[in-house]
Design a protein around this ligand. Structure first.
Ligand code: BGC
Length: 780
């Protein structure tokens, strides 16, 4: 066999085509491209296809070895061996390396990956160093499983709490989103693998995600929906960007030159390549012209369409070459190109520890009356709620991951020496078992098309609750929610609690309070829910988010006081859904009479959504319009307390930059960390401005009681500007600016002012992506 191979290779080398063909890595990219045929170019620009068990690949047969190298990965690129161009592998996603956990070819071996806490939890740490650390561990798994590019992080804005993929995303604020994403990219890519920041851009809903036309003003687009991507590109220069499914002001994101070339490359200086979201957009030639280098997962028709467009003159071959060059520049950096021998054996034990640590750091203590937490003198715990026994580690869809195990909440309690009530545990376990039988496990695609409904909360009888209140030391109730790709969440029984959940909280609280015992609610959710109607009842509420595979341990770490909570909300919890600024404009209008057949044979209903709230998203709205939220952006309690000294500014007039300094002291009795937030209130004469905007954040070290730390921020001119649509430039108005150092968007600790003598214009941008007609936007 070896001899045969050697003979074939020797024969190939003697052939003129092989002997003379330039080789990627040895010759310049220009020379390699010059040697490529039109067909080769058209194939390199299109992925190798996609196949799911039980499903025919759309658009004809798979043209390459999609699933061979890493089964379960989302896609591969086309290999051109004669030019030394290998096929590289891309895999999802934000929650962990998403690949098949078992392989027919290697029976007995498993390929599990770490399930990290969801994006929203990571953002709630407000800790870029920690997120980078997660990224370093995550990227190592990417590399050791033979993957070249991770399809993450995802950083679309939480425009509306019902967004089905909000759990994958970071925040309602672009400064948090962009900085957390940059930290993740830098961490992952430190392993010599790539990332794909997604979904660029304004992909803020799942309803009609492939057809919706997002109608948004230039200012809101630039300040809110693009800003996070801009920060991430400038601070981390990711290898790739994934364009989104939706249209923006009439143009498909993946077909928009303005979005992918003018803004991303020319204005921001992005150097990597752009790939489509899976089957995104319609017109292959238009995508290539727009600068969308790689069409994923790729169909034979797309390659053909590109060839045809070149032949008819509709697509210049020079444009093809630029796109090919973008891909090749990344390929030469990949582990595959470098011949890296991956182990298929990352250190999952070590990573589980990092996942647990990160999870605890991003949990947010929402309420803690009379120091109900950390748990004291507690041994026997009455644990209520389905998800106490069946924790939701992360959301569904491509943001899911095949993990080896999940530590449930009750298991976490047991691991730490608590004693969950066995009788309740048996009842719940039996209930969940019988309910699960009613819904046999489905394949990924079947589940995607027709998701299994969540198991309805079990109502425990009042006499049982009373018995538990007499026997056990405390009650802990978990409320759980799941969501994912393909659909948005619902208002009833999802954003709002179900009647059974409300009753469970009421009945358990009444019975335990009657015994002078405390009740804790743990929220195991990926997105925001309503809390105002029931939050008065329990003594404490811990927002645990969807904390990854070590969730039960991490929750117990916080409840027990082993970890002092230091997470803060990166997204607002409104009092009611009607208070949400986009409530009347989400998920928009549908035009069913114009329905066609779209991606993977699914019905495609044209739709549009108008971002009528403009820049007033999240706390920018609640603060400016004086709408009281349930828990505001930036909010979170600790087991200790902090004192903020007086804010000192390096100058009270702005001359290019100002340093803001504040001393934070732990004034409580236990060690803790504080998230310090810097907001600016700017003059609003020419342009309306949100009352406050976050411009900086920092987390202290773990401060021992009595210890202080000096925190410094640099305020640059970019922190003062807003986008002026008329002049398409970023301007800082002359006048007085107030710097507010805060413990949340409403909890101002210390302020100082400076003035700007003359209006400054920092950057003149291109007039692109304007809506067809002016939008009537919300104004203060
Ligand atoms: C998702 C992307 C994902 C891709 C590949 C798409 O449906 O929107 O986030 O990376 O599939 O799995």
């Amino acid at each position: 066999m070896k001899y045969c191979l050697a003979i074939v290779v020797a024969w190939m080398l003697l052939q003129p085509a092989y002997a003379q063909a330039p080789q990627l890595g040895k010759n310049t990219i220009k020379e390699v491209i010059a040697a490529m045929t039109l067909e080769e170019k058209a194939k390199l620009l299109v992925g190798n296809g996609f196949s799911l068990p039980g499903m025919k690949p759309p658009g004809g047969p798979v043209v390459g070895e999609t699933q061979d190298k890493v089964p379960g990965a989302a896609g591969t690129t086309f290999a051109i061996p004669r030019l030394g161009i290998p096929s590289i592998v891309v895999a999802d996603g934000p929650a962990g390396v998403r690949i098949d956990s078992v392989r027919k070819t290697e029976p007995g071996k498993t390929f599990y990956a770490t399930a990290w806490p969801v994006g929203t939890l990571l953002a709630s740490t407000w800790d870029t160093a920690l997120v980078r650390k997660v990224g370093v561990a995550f990227g190592n798994e990417v590399r050791e499983y033979g993957i070249d590019i991770l399809l993450a992080p995802a950083l679309n804005i939480h425009r509306n709490p019902l967004g089905g993929r909000n759990f994958e995303y970071y925040s309602e604020d672009p400064v948090i989103s962009g900085n957390i994403a940059a930290a993740m990219v830098n961490g992952v890519e430190s392993n010599g693998v790539g990332t794909s920041i997604k979904h660029y851009a304004a992909n803020n809903q799942e309803t009609n995600r492939n057809t919706v036309n997002t109608i948004v003003s230039e200012r809101a687009l630039r300040e809110i929906y693009l800003k996070g991507f801009e920060i991430a590109v400038k601070k981390s220069q990711p290898w790739t960007v994934m364009s989104s499914y939706n249209y923006i002001n009439g143009a498909y994101a993946s077909e928009s030159y303005d979005l992918l070339s003018t803004i991303l490359r020319k204005e921001w200086g992005f150097k990597g390549f752009v790939m489509t979201d899976w089957f995104g957009g319609k017109d292959a030639a238009a995508q290539i012209k727009a600068g969308n280098n790689l069409l994923m997962p790729g169909t034979a028709q797309q390659s053909q369409a590109i060839i045809d467009a070149v032949k008819t003159g509709a697509l210049d071959v020079k444009v093809l070459d630029e796109n090919v060059a973008g891909i090749l520049q990344v390929i030469v950096q990949t582990p595959t190109f470098k011949g890296y021998k991956f182990s298929n054996n990352p250190d999952l034990k070590k990573d589980a520890g990092i996942s647990r640590m990160a999870a605890a750091e991003g949990m947010v203590l929402l309420k803690n009356n009379d120091k109900a937490l950390p748990l004291k003198n507690v041994h026997n715990v009455a644990v209520f709620g389905n998800t106490s026994y069946d924790i939701i580690a992360g959301g569904t869809g491509s943001g899911d991951v095949n993990k080896a195990y999940i530590v449930s909440f009750v298991k976490g309690l047991t691991n730490s020496g608590y004693n969950p009530d066995a009788d309740l545990a048996n009842t719940y376990t039996e209930y969940l078992r019988t309910e699960r039988i009613k819904h046999p496990k489905k394949g990924f695609f079947q589940e995607f098309m027709n998701p299994t409904p969540p198991i309805v909360e079990m109502l425990v009888a009042n006499d049982v609750i009373a018995q538990k209140a007499a026997q056990d030391d405390i009650a802990i109730i978990t409320i759980g929610r799941n969501a994912g790709e393909g659909r948005d969440r619902k208002l009833e029984n999802d954003f709002n609690l179900s009647d059974t959940e409300q009753l469970m909280i009421k009945n358990v609280t009444a019975a335990f309070h009657a015994q002078n015992k405390k009740v804790i609610v743990v929220l195991n959710i990926g997105g925001v829910i309503e809390t105002a109607s029931w939050s008065a009842e329990p003594d404490a509420i811990l927002l645990a988010w969807q904390p990854g595979m070590e969730g039960g341990n991490a929750i117990t770490d916080v409840l027990s006081g082993k970890v002092n909570p230091s997470g803060k909300l990166a997204t607002t919890f409104p009092v009611a859904y009607n208070n949400v600024p986009s409530a009347n404009n989400f998920p928009g209008k549908e035009f069913p009479e114009k329905a066609t057949t779209g991606m993977m044979g699914m019905k495609a209903i044209p739709a549009e959504v108008t971002y009528g709230e403009g820049v007033y998203v999240g706390y920018r709205y609640y603060n400016t319009f004086h709408v009281q939220p349930a828990y505001e952006f930036g909010y979170g309690l600790s087991y200790t307390s902090f004192n903020y000294g007086k804010l000192a500014l390096s100058s009270n007039t702005f001359n290019g930059k100002i340093t803001a300094t504040v001393i934070v002291t732990n004034t409580g009795t236990v060690a803790g960390k504080e998230v310090v937030q810097l907001y600016i209130s700017a003059p609003a004469k020419k342009l309306d401005k949100p009352a406050e905007e976050l411009k900086g954040f920092a987390k202290t070290n773990l401060l021992q009681p009595g210890k202080s730390q000096t925190i410094s921020f640099t305020i640059n001119v970019e922190d003062l500007v807003s986008f002026d649509t008329q002049s398409t430039s970023w301007i800082a108005e002359a006048g007085n600016y107030t710097v507010k150092i805060c413990a949340s968007s409403k909890n101002i600790k210390t302020t100082a002012a400076f003035s700007l003598a003359k209006e400054l214009v920092t950057e003149k941008d291109n007039k692109v992506l304007a809506p067809a007609a002016a939008i009537s936007e919300l104004k203060p």
